[in-house]
Design a binder for this molecule. Structure first.
Ligand SMILES: NC(=O)c1ccc[n+]([C@@H]2O[C@H](COP(=O)([O-])OP(=O)(O)OC[C@H]3O[C@@H](n4cnc5c(N)ncnc54)[C@H](OP(=O)(O)O)[C@@H]3O)[C@@H](O)[C@H]2O)c1
Length: 272
């Protein structure tokens, strides 16, 4: 497994996303993923599955210290006392003494960012998390957060796949030593029938999803694909035994288009 390094954090380059996984399916998929070699699990308070993620982790038999667990604080808990309380509740659900990475799930313009970042840093100093970071932050918000955060921020988790150009956010992350973690890394499954990815995959004996995930990790980006199917767990992690050429990387990057973004909400920031 490769790692994406940022400040003192070593983030396994391939993780398991768990949005929309729930109940026994969630616990079973997490358990199986860890048995197959995944060492990075991504959850969030708002996914309502932290309990099942913790169950899967325990039943996998993999040592806790060998797994990188991320959770995210939902935006209604950004006032300082709420943040600390909500993180402690997450840890009770996960049945863990700490997570590895704690993220602000989305920017929330209704609470001063400096206050929320102060509370996030406090959670780290209390030992509730090893690292802290951001999600869905734009270039301007990254700059503001880096300047205001009392503790080093290690990543920005944003939507990133071949159909969405994220070069501005990537450059900002690089400038500030943040890792980029790609969510919806296989464009919610839309890559499956992409002719370019199918063609490149054929040359390497790989599927479109594997080509897409390889394209991300070759950019030093971490990716957290989600699947509810056990057979796809193996498919999505078998990306460390081949390499895309510069020409193939460029052909995949050229798939980006202005309507490529899949996740957008009324409360989203003004994207770059
Ligand atoms: N920070 C944020 O705001 C945010 C937002 C969105 C997502 N995320 C995180 O990122 C994770 C991944 O993003 P996502 O769930 O939106 O989308 P994704 O991982 O890009 O795609 C998941 C979809 O692709 C299908 N799939 C999985 N493996 C496949 C393969 N090898 N070939 C073809 N199809 C495949 C899955 O179906 P099956 O289940 O049938 O395999 C599922 O429908 C989330 O689970 C969550 O942890 C974070």
């Amino acid at each position: 497994m490769l790692f994406v390094e940022a400040k003192s954090a070593r983030i396994p380059a391939l993780g398991l996303g768990t949005w929309e996984l729930d109940g026994r399916t969630c616990a079973r998929v997490v358990e199986q993923a860890l048995r197959l070699g995944y060492r990075h699990i991504d959850t969030a308070q708002v996914y309502d599955n932290e309990r099942e993620v913790g169950d899967g982790l325990r039943s996998s038999g993999v040592r806790r210290d060998d797994v990188f667990v991320t959770t995210k604080v939902w935006t209604n808990h950004f006032a300082p006392h709420d943040l600390e309380r909500s993180v402690k509740e997450s840890l009770v659900r996960l049945r863990l003494p700490h997570v590895d990475l704690l993220l602000l799930h989305w920017p929330n313009p209704h609470v001063p960012l400096a206050e929320t970042l102060g509370a996030l840093a406090h959670a780290k100093r209390l030992g509730l998390t090893r690292h802290v970071g951001l999600s869905n932050f734009t270039v301007a918000l990254i700059e503001e957060a880096v300047a205001a955060s009392p503790e080093p921020l290690v990543c920005d988790q944003v939507e990133y796949h071949p159909y969405l150009d994220q070069s501005k956010v990537r450059a900002a992350c690089e400038r500030h030593g943040l890792a980029l973690v790609a969510y919806s890394p296989i464009a919610k499954g839309r890559i499956k029938h992409d002719e370019t990815l199918v063609g490149i995959g054929r040359a390497h004996g790989k599927t479109p999803a594997q080509v897409c995930l390889r394209w991300l990790v070759q950019q030093n980006v971490a990716a957290i694909p989600r699947t509810s199917r056990i057979e796809r767990l193996s498919e999505n992690i078998e990306i460390f035994d081949f390499e895309l050429s510069q020409e193939e990387m460029s052909r995949i990057s050229a798939l980006a288009h202005p309507k490529g973004r899949l996740t957008d909400f009324g409360f989203a920031p003004k994207w770059d």
